[in-house]
Design a protein. Structure first.
Lengths: 115, 114
């Protein structure tokens, strides 16, 4: 079945370091892909999305490119800040050939940025 | 525009007690969801609704019931709480936007069952 796999955390980086959080997916058809962020004590917030192959989503300095050939949607940021410390979730939405719809989240990757 | 709100924020129950969690959204979204979040397990879908008067089971529905009497509200009920239901519960509503679906989450309810 459809699934989303994220790298296990926690990821600990120094401020201004380069960030990559890996996400791969399995899905039939052509899913849309998302990154959500969860700050401590809060609900998830949509960070960025991409709806088709080779699309790049971007927001707040974060980027992710929809790679159909490698079924990946890795999250990157060139220079992280302490305020980026949070849990990041990769997700997909897809409609099956029978018309049912699903939204699947990965297990989340915790990022800790040290000053 | 408050977005998605959840009440209560925290609750402690004894085993066997019942309670209802309320989720409200003011964005006129059709789809609404209840998830639970447990350490190391990400989000798991409990129940969802595709519109007023409809509900459907998700991945982990046992021990929970839901109702969607009004479009803006989605209630999650625990009839007889068990310690295994200790978790953080999130409600979400969903917007369809240019062929994609974006979910908007509430701040969560932290439930402890002793």
């Amino acid at each position: 079945g459809d699934s989303v796999t994220q790298m296990e955390g926690p990821v600990t980086l120094s401020e201004e370091a380069f960030l990559t959080i890996n996400c791969t997916y399995t899905a039939t058809g052509y899913p849309s892909l998302f990154w959500y962020v969860q700050y401590p004590g809060e609900g998830l917030q949509l960070l960025l999305k991409a709806t088709k192959a080779d699309d790049k989503g971007s927001n707040k300095g974060f980027e992710a490119t929809y790679r159909k050939e490698t079924t990946s949607f890795h999250l990157e940021k060139g220079s992280v800040q302490v305020s980026d410390s949070a849990v990041y979730f990769c997700a997909l939405s897809a409609t099956t050939t029978s018309g049912t719809y699903k939204y699947i989240f990965g297990t989340g990757t915790r990022l800790k940025v040290l000053a | 525009n408050a977005g998605v709100t959840q009440t209560p924020k925290f609750r402690v129950l004894k085993t066997g007690q019942s309670m209802t969690l309320l989720c409200a959204q003011d964005m006129n979204h059709e789809y609404m969801y209840w998830y639970r979040q447990d350490p190391g397990m990400g989000l798991r879908l409990i129940h969802y609704s595709v519109g007023e008067g409809t509900t459907a089971k998700g991945e982990v529905p046992d021990g929970y019931n839901v109702s969607r009497l009004k479009k803006q509200n989605f209630l999650l009920g625990l009839e007889s709480a068990a310690p295994s239901q200790t978790s953080v519960y999130f409600c979400a509503s969903e917007r369809s936007w240019r062929g994609t679906y974006e979910q908007y989450f509430g701040p969560g309810t932290r439930l402890t069952v002793t």
